[in-house]
Design a protein around this ligand. Structure first.
Ligand code: NDP
Ligand code: KPL
Length: 298
């Protein structure tokens, strides 16, 4: 399969690099990373290890591919969609955190699949990506149900050795992941603690509250996600990733823009569309945005 990875930073470089062992992969990335991969190939180190030679470029438009993987941060999704609109792609799959697929679907003619990834990735230096944890890619139809395109993409991922599940319940999975991120990411970023510190703590109760609100909004969107399931998902992730510094905490520590708009901000906006108030998510989003506007982003 010819695969275009749009936004090859940490996750896109890892997944694109793993796919490049059997597929024709092009990474759309920034220099000097793109130049380094073009000249000397890509080293994957850590929990996975390989040396692969995908194509790499900073050119955003004019590509042709069977699949475009979107791995920019959520706040770059609109720009990625505009660039992909000037490419010839058969399908689009987002592996981003936050609800970004709707924006891709509204701007692109190609079918958009929903995806989540629990692989951990870190771009160590140009041309070198570390797999910090082997996880799983889950993908499927945005509206749920069986989908032959998702099956083809899932097979392409599995052929390259990626642990991949093709799911028929992506709406529920996306909202459950959103509930986890709305709770854990925002609370750990604001309190500057690793995920495990939320266990049995008042801050953990705040994360539960944000997750429960998210589940309520999911149900308003006709997605079946009981409060208990969202709360238990938070507890499970806190336990399994106790030593992690969440991606939002890492953004705050690096003084970079966070994905708050596509996580807590999306919960607030979608709730408002139903005339429903989500005070915990609204407060978390307001505090993170205040940090971003203030001394936050470098
Ligand atoms: N890293 C991880 O382990 C995981 C990440 N995720 C999710 O995946 C998404 C990506 O995360 P991550 O890989 O960590 O983020 P990164 O910032 O490392 O990667 C995104 C990359 O896309 C680049 N980019 C943005 N716009 C363009 C463009 N127009 N042309 C070329 N390159 C572009 C960025 O460059 P620049 O910064 O210069 O704009 C950056 O290098 C997020 O939604 C994250 O939540 C999910 C699971 C795990
Ligand atoms: C699951 C979790 C919370 C793991 O840290 C995550 O997705 C993130 O950090 O963005």
């Amino acid at each position: 399969m010819r695969i275009l990875v749009f936004g090859a930073g940490s996750l896109g470089t890892l997944v694109g690099g793993l796919l490049a062992s059997v597929h024709d992969v092009t990474l759309v990335a920034r220099d000097p990373h793109a130049a380094r991969v073009s000249a000397a190939g890509l080293d994957i180190v850590g929990a996975e290890s390989a040396h692969v030679s995908p194509a790499a470029t900073t050119t955003e438009t004019g590509h042709s591919a069977g699949l475009a993987l979107v791995t920019v941060k959520s706040f770059d999704t609109a720009a990625a969609a505009d660039a992909l609109a000037d490419c010839d792609v058969g399908a689009v799959l987002s592996l981003q955190n936050g609800l970004t697929e709707e924006m891709l679907a509204s701007r692109l003619d190609a079918p958009v699949l929903a995806g989540t990834a629990t692989y951990g990735a870190r771009l160590v230096e140009p041309g070198r990506v570390e797999c910090t944890g082997v996880g799983r890619v889950v993908l499927g139809a945005l509206d749920g149900g069986p989908d032959p395109l998702a099956e083809r993409v899932g097979k392409a991922f599995r052929d390259a050795g990626l642990d991949t599940l093709v799911a028929t319940d992506m709406p529920r999975r996306r909202w459950e992941k959103l509930a986890v991120n709305a709770g854990i990411n925002a609370v750990t970023a604001l309190s500057r603690v690793e995920n495990g510190a939320l266990a049995g703590d008042d801050a953990g109760e705040l994360a539960h509250r944000a997750a429960r609100e998210t589940a309520r909004v999911a149900r308003l969107e006709r997605v079946s996600l009981p409060n208990r399931v969202a709360r238990e998902a938070v507890d499970r992730v806190v336990e399994k990733t106790a030593a992690n510094r969440s991606s939002m905490l890492q953004d705050v520590e690096s003084e970079k823009q966070t994905e708050v708009d596509a996580i807590n901000g999306a919960v607030v906006d979608i709730a408002a569309g139903h005339g429903f108030e989500v005070p915990t998510n609204r407060t978390l989003a307001a505090l993170l945005r205040a940090w971003e506007r203030g001394e936050g982003i470098r």
